[in-house]
Ligand binder design. Structure first.
Ligand code: URA
Length: 239
């Protein structure tokens, strides 16, 4: 790959900007000063430095965010703040997008990546990737509800959901539950509870396939996936 293309891909400016950096003597490949924009570099093997700092080359970025309420799961929007607006420039330059959507008021695990293939695999309706949500419900949740979700409930548009696994963590005037579903219909968790006459007061995604929310991330914080998480995700075989 040409050195100017590599640096431009990494977000160090346009090809023209990068050409100037090269001309100014800011770039070295394996400790050799390089001024020619056409110089070839192997990003896997060569060490490139810019002003003495090693430039890390990667094609893909994988970020885990603890999505805060009040931002939308999109890359851009004319009116609303998006999850991508929360990213640092050094991550935003890779143009990551959210894998799937959480409602504006939903919190929790959101994967952002620019790996279209992975995103496709995780979102494909054929793949049934399990997603687990923690929710607070406005009333008592019962064993009957557990059975109803297991059988599938009929949503407002007539769609019958696939089997969902409901676990009651605390039942009372307000209940805490965990629900695992393998599909991703619009507002699915909220609509499943509506189908049994109950309301979701608070919703947070805690896992998606092999990926679990890192609870040490504050709302709005994010980090790159660890090597172990990434390996698990890339090797994840959906049943
Ligand atoms: N189900 C919902 O109702 N909302 C979400 O954000 C995710 C799942």
């Amino acid at each position: 790959m040409r050195i100017d293309k590599m640096l431009a891909n990494l977000g160090y400016g346009s090809r023209k900007d990068v050409k100037k950096l090269l001309k100014d003597g800011a770039v070295k490949i394996n400790d050799k000063l390089v001024k020619d924009a056409k110089e070839h570099v192997n990003p896997e093997e060569d060490t490139v430095t810019l002003f003495g700092e090693v430039v890390e080359y990667k094609e893909f970025i994988y970020l885990m965010m603890n999505k805060p309420p009040g931002v939308i799961s999109a890359t851009e929007d004319r009116y609303e703040r998006t999850v991508v607006d929360l990213l640092e420039m050094e991550d935003a330059i890779f143009s990551p997008f959210p894998v799937g959507r959480l409602d504006k008021d939903t919190e929790g695990l959101l994967l952002l990546t620019n790996d279209g293939q992975l995103s496709h695999r995780l979102l494909s309706p054929k793949k049934h990737v399990p997603k687990t949500y923690f929710a607070v419900i406005d009333q008592e949740v019962t064993e009957e509800d557990v059975l109803a979700f297991k059988k599938g409930v009929t949503l407002d548009d007539g769609y019958v959901t696939k089997s969902g696994e409901l676990a009651i963590l605390k039942s009372g005037l307000r209940s805490d539950i965990e629900l695992t579903i393998t599909e991703g219909k619009f507002h699915q968790v909220k609509r499943m509870f509506e189908a049994i006459g109950k309301k979701v007061l608070y919703l947070k995604r805690i896992s998606m396939g092999p990926l679990e929310l890192d609870e040490t991330l504050e709302l709005g914080e994010y980090r790159e996936l660890t090597e172990v998480e990434l390996k698990r995700l890339l090797e994840y075989e959906v049943k």
